[in-house]
Design a protein around this ligand. Sequence first.
Ligand code: ADP
Ligand code: MG
Length: 252
Amino acid sequence: MTEKTVTGIQGLDELVGGGIPKGRAVLVIGGPGVGKTIFAAQFLYKGIKDHNENGIFVSLDESKEHFFDEMQQFGWDFRKAEGDMKFALIDATRISRVAMLKEKLYKEETKSLQGKQLSIEKLVEEIQAKIQMVKAKRVVVDTLAALFYRFPDPVERRSAVVDLIESLSDLPVTSIITTELGHLGLERSAVEEEYLVHGVIMMQTLFSGGTTTRAIQVEKMRGAKVNPNLVPYSIDRNGIEVYQNMPLFGEK
Ligand SMILES: Nc1ncnc2c1ncn2[C@@H]1O[C@H](COP(=O)(O)OP(=O)(O)O)[C@@H](O)[C@H]1O
Ligand SMILES: [Mg+2]
């Protein structure tokens, strides 16, 4: 049987037969505001607190201070975890920006992708270094959607995403990678990152009869017996909770 990593997201572990496969990469897909960052942070924080598994958060779209402040409202003290050498945040927004700048400067002399490829390579090196530094067992990349603005060319983008996901899969950590739908301008079935990962979890907001509800679905999880149904989840002061036995539009 595959060894499991307990996510620490109430109710989700039951959906996926006890946890996500250890050492693998799982993609969390959803539009803005569905709770992807909270999901990913909860996975890391519960790992640190409840499972003695340290974590790395790779931020592609928000600053460290902003992340720390946002997560404090759930009682997740990432600043302290960082101080205790149990957590590290990589601000990859900066790395990408520097790479972009370089790219512009060198554009005259070279038409190669070098600058951008280098930025992903460097990022992976930094992730590896930080994994060693805090002896991390869990890694989050939030969010691939940010890369899509930095790599407007679909071919470059694809190679960046493939490199990043494959590098993460090779590392001895369990990873959550978040992404958004729609940035490719493709149909739902054609999101290519899905083929590169071990599992796919979809988060969305549904509307029916004037009511909205948050719903989550495990679309794919190799090597696990999953509940494939769309089930409700909530976000409150304790973070995310999944209710696998509740109806989607029932009263809570
Ligand atoms: N303390 C809270 N209680 C309830 N909902 C919250 C709380 N904090 C944030 N949210 C909700 O979480 C969502 C944002 O989560 P976030 O993880 O940043 O989304 P994403 O990363 O998918 O854009 C918003 O819809 C917001 O309403
Ligand atoms: Mg986010």
